[in-house]
Design a binder for this molecule. Structure first.
Ligand SMILES: *[C@@H]1O[C@H](CO)[C@@H](O)[C@H](O)[C@H]1NC(C)=O
Ligand SMILES: *[C@@H]1O[C@H](CO)[C@@H](O)[C@H](O)[C@H]1NC(C)=O
Ligand SMILES: *[C@@H]1O[C@H](CO)[C@@H](O)[C@H](O)[C@H]1NC(C)=O
Ligand SMILES: *[C@@H]1O[C@H](CO)[C@@H](O)[C@H](O)[C@H]1NC(C)=O
Length: 334
């Protein structure tokens, strides 16, 4: 009885499929046979390669992702603070406020309200889908970029994300000349041109007040260090790294190693959430095992790994694993 039933269902399904397919094919073929046939065939092969997650050859998420990746990658965390998601849980607020142990923080929601009167507070980059292919270059500051000649490769990406002091002038052949996003915090700030998005990583409420100040009257000149009182940047393109996302990066990707993630690592996971394909340049030591910045001649003067705050070895291990699993493409330089 059960077998008969299953047979019946299967037959009906097959009949239904044939009917749907022929109706579909005929209605298209009648209109313009060759065009529709090829269009359909191309769409099929496209979906076969990209599995529908995005329009690139490889996408950040694929149907057959391995468990290590799916356990960590969580798309429900949005990398940027917006009007809609600016409410932090008490847990997140407490964790974030502890990062630099601010003594007398201003009221967070009041500051955020003031901030979003000055800069846009809409959700950005939540447009992932089968039609999108966004390629991104994350450009770190490692000395391994020297003589790499990656410039034109870097410049060919849709988004080019740099961080902290990173200069391009005079280093174009190795690091490229375009910058769509520049990630910084108040103590590492630099002036930008009008077309670049400033991405602020806030470590404390004062950092949010600082960006308001730096884009207006410049009344904040000091955090725990002297900071730029004014900054050149297009305020319509200023973006704020979300404290909730910050905590997610630390916990899900670094298993809470180090006090908090480095700017490079925060930027890498940021890119993985807003791009379909991520290429990574200028991470890790140079070919001699030295850690320094590409714009510094003296390899020892610029040593930046052993800060005690970040777990650079652990971060680099995770970065290598992401490359092994083809989630990022790691360019190791000259
Ligand atoms: C992703 O994060 C959300 C919000 O914190 C959580 O509810 C959900 O369980 C997470 N998903 C995975 C697969 O870890
Ligand atoms: C911050 O200010 C809002 C009103 O703008 C108030 O409802 C909230 O309780 C304040 N939060 C703190 C922690 O004082
Ligand atoms: C920068 O861009 C904004 C629009 O995003 C424009 O209003 C402003 O005039 C531009 N400033 C300069 C100096 O080009
Ligand atoms: C990094 O990976 C190597 C090799 O898998 C391992 O021996 C080392 O302990 C790891 N380092 C950290 C800090 O996890």
């Amino acid at each position: 009885m059960a077998m008969f039933k299953r047979w019946k269902i299967r037959t009906l399904t097959v009949l239904f499929c044939i009917l749907t397919f022929t109706t579909f094919l005929c209605s298209y073929t009648l209109r313009d046979p060759s065009f529709y046939f090829f269009k359909y065939a191309f769409r099929l092969s496209d979906n076969f390669f990209s599995k529908g997650a995005c329009a690139c050859r490889h996408c950040m998420t694929e149907a057959d992702d391995d468990p290590w990746f799916t356990e960590r990658f969580n798309q429900s965390f949005h990398p940027l603070l917006s009007k809609r998601n600016s409410l932090l849980t008490e847990d997140t607020y407490r964790w974030w406020q502890w990062l630099q142990a601010e003594r007398h923080p201003a009221n967070f929601s009041d500051v955020v309200d003031r901030l979003f009167q000055l800069i846009p507070g809409e959700d950005r980059y939540v447009d992932a889908g089968p039609e999108r292919c966004r390629t991104c270059a994350v450009v770190g500051n490692s000395g391994n970029l020297k003589d790499s000649r990656y410039g034109s490769l870097i410049d060919s990406s849709d988004f080019i994300i740099r961080m902290n002091q990173a200069p391009t002038q005079g280093f174009e052949v190795d690091v490229g000349s375009r910058t769509t996003h520049h990630v910084m915090y108040p103590e590492s700030a630099v002036d930008l041109d009008n077309t670049t998005s400033l991405v602020l990583i806030p470590f404390k409420t004062l950092d949010l007040e600082w960006i308001i100040s730096a884009l207006t009257t410049g009344y904040i000149t000091h955090t725990y260090l002297p900071v730029m009182s004014r900054i050149q940047a297009n305020k319509d393109r200023v973006l704020i790294y979300s404290p909730s996302f910050f905590k997610y990066v630390h916990e899900a990707w670094l298993d809470s190693h180090g006090r908090y993630p480095s700017t490079g690592f925060l930027t890498l996971i940021f890119a993985m959430h807003i791009c379909d394909q991520v290429s990574v340049y200028g991470f890790g030591a140079d070919q001699y095992g030295n850690w320094h910045h590409y714009w510094e001649e003296n390899h020892l003067a610029g040593a930046f790994r052993h800060t005690g705050v970040h777990d650079g070895d652990y971060e680099y291990n995770v970065t290598l694993l992401l490359a092994d699993k083809h989630k990022i493409k790691l360019f190791k330089g000259g």
